[in-house]
Design a protein around this ligand. Structure first.
Ligand SMILES: Nc1ncnc2c1ncn2[C@@H]1O[C@H](COP(=O)(O)OP(=O)(O)OP(=O)(O)O)[C@@H](O)[C@H]1O
Length: 233
């Protein structure tokens, strides 16, 4: 965490109607590097990403992005400031081709140079440009969703379970790509695959019942005896 924080969240609370799911969460993400967010099912990880993206209004707390307070801004304003988000259900358009899905990621970037970058990055997508996205494997769908988000040239990319439902042989490939991205931008990685998350990220936050229960450098969190307690079902 040597760089100044690009994202600085303090005391963030949020929820669904009157049901509170996040309680005074604070976290920082440097301009380059990956931060892992871990926690058992229902701990509040996806809710945190939704609140950071602007899909859920905060009940309390502040969100600073590159020094600007954004907690009152809508999602599209945050996107203009550089937030990219790959939700868990990854929202690809199954009836459109891989190329058409990727072009949607270029909407804010009229120069299409990013396309070559993404196709080099995920060569499997380059081989499947004319296929409809609905015919892709789980891993290829994740690559497509990540590739489309990268085309928007985010400065902070938030990924919700990028290896969920992905064949084990492809997981390492995705992990390698995430490491590569983390050298160029800020990443928040929500993952059930703990080893992978702690391999890619330099810093980790462990959530439990909507609170940050444990946090620190990835190596310390990995060896902390409290980790398994917070992750056990
Ligand atoms: N749309 C919703 N309406 C009401 N409550 C919700 C909604 N989505 C999530 N919750 C609740 O908010 C809490 C946190 O859920 P969240 O999905 O953020 O957890 P998570 O850590 O991402 O879990 P998972 O790994 O299962 O995705 C849970 O108690 C969940 O039931």
């Amino acid at each position: 965490m040597s760089d100044a924080a690009f994202l600085d969240v303090a005391g963030l609370s949020a929820g669904y109607g009157r049901s509170q799911a996040l309680f005074a969460v604070s976290l920082k993400v440097p301009a380059r590097g990956a931060v892992a967010v871990l926690g058992r099912n229902g701990a509040g990880k996806s809710t945190l990403l939704k609140a950071l993206f602007g899909e859920l209004p905060p009940m309390a707390g502040t969100i600073h992005l590159d020094g600007a307070a954004v907690e009152g801004e809508r999602a599209e304003q945050r996107v203009r400031r550089g937030i990219g988000y790959v939700p868990q259900e990854h929202a690809i358009f199954t009836k459109l081709t891989v190329r058409e899905n990727l072009l949607l990621g270029c909407v804010r970037q009229p120069d299409r140079s990013g396309m070559d970058y993404v196709l080099d990055f995920f060569p499997k997508l380059a081989q499947r440009l004319q296929q409809t996205a609905g015919t892709l494997s789980g891993g290829e769908r994740k690559m497509l969703a990540i590739g489309r988000a990268v085309l928007g040239r985010p400065r902070l990319l938030m990924l919700d379970e990028p290896t969920e439902g992905v064949w084990v042989g492809v997981i390492e490939e995705i992990a390698g790509r995430l490491k590569q991205l983390s050298r160029e931008m800020a990443l928040i990685l929500v993952e059930q695959h703990i080893e992978l998350a702690l391999e890619v990220a330099s810093h980790a936050y462990v959530m439990d019942r909507g609170h940050v229960a444990l946090e620190g450098p990835a190596a310390s969190v990995r060896s902390d005896p409290r980790l398994m307690h917070h992750l056990a079902p």
